[in-house]
Design a protein around this ligand. Sequence first.
Ligand code: ZN
Ligand code: ZN
Length: 353
Amino acid sequence: MKAVVKSHRGQGVEIMEVEIPKFKKNQVLVKVEGASICGSDLHMYHGMNAYEWVNVPVVLGHEFAGRVVEVGNQEHEHLVKQRVLINPYVPCGECASCQKGNTNLCDHGKGAMDKVPAKSLQYGFRQDGGMAEYAAIYYKNILPIPEELPIEVAAMLEAIGIGVRALERASVLPGGTAVVIGPGPIGLSLVASLSNYGLKKLIVTGLAADKERLELAKELGATDIVIADKVNEVEAISALTNSQGVDHVFETSGFHQSMVSGVRMCSKGGELLLVGISAKETTLPSNEIVRGEVTVKGVYGVTEKTLNRAISMASSGKYPYRKLVSHTFSIEKALEGFETGINKQGVKVILIP
Ligand SMILES: [Zn+2]
Ligand SMILES: [Zn+2]
């Protein structure tokens, strides 16, 4: 079968002929129907800086969906033909984080103070993932999805899930106000999710170079757009909110200065949710956080519960996730898909085996 393989630690990925995976007793064989290219796949394409923990060679793809075609264990016979989303996290179930239900923070007993990428992040990183015709998956890592869900949306449920996780960490109420910093795939999926929350203001900030993505943000439900390299973004938020600031700021760009601006965009008592990972550690304005009683929260990964929530949101048809899909390619043309992502054309690129 054809697969997208990260075969070495340098630049690039390869489209290779590999064997259909042999699955073990507690695994199922999934025929992949769609896999989406994530920002972290693009990072790995560029080399392994900050991804030293990934096993190479590895079949990439941690955002994917498909259909169970074979099972290793008789008890799982009923799963055959089931359409499924793959949860790329395989938590240990025993560490303190898992015990609290925070499987996205699983450390496999390594110590909760060591905030490295979750040890549980497996498929597409530490084990072969879904940018291939077939994938062997532990039976607990498949989540049923309805037949009606378009495959392009099903394939990006994990990415939608990151935004849903941000909403689980926030306390968004109807009539409230929010800013989403950064119109990348995660930021825009968050805008799509927030579009049905009855917000008074849903403001998206981005750069002039993001023009098309900012236009899409409006289509997805943003009430206002701020072009951060043309105006002072904090002043712009102030002008749009009667000098009140907003209840929730979701920082998805990972740009260090945006995290500082994010504190300043908050209303008194507001909250800043940090979703993007910055290349540079940042000093936040601590006195403003104290005097404004601003809450700063990290958002990282997804749990099974988050993914199930994303599945039901996507299945409800009330959120415009389909609009996020800009390109589809076959596995043979996956390199074009990676180039598309690297050149920031469109939003979500889906590979259809
Ligand atoms: Zn991802
Ligand atoms: Zn654990």
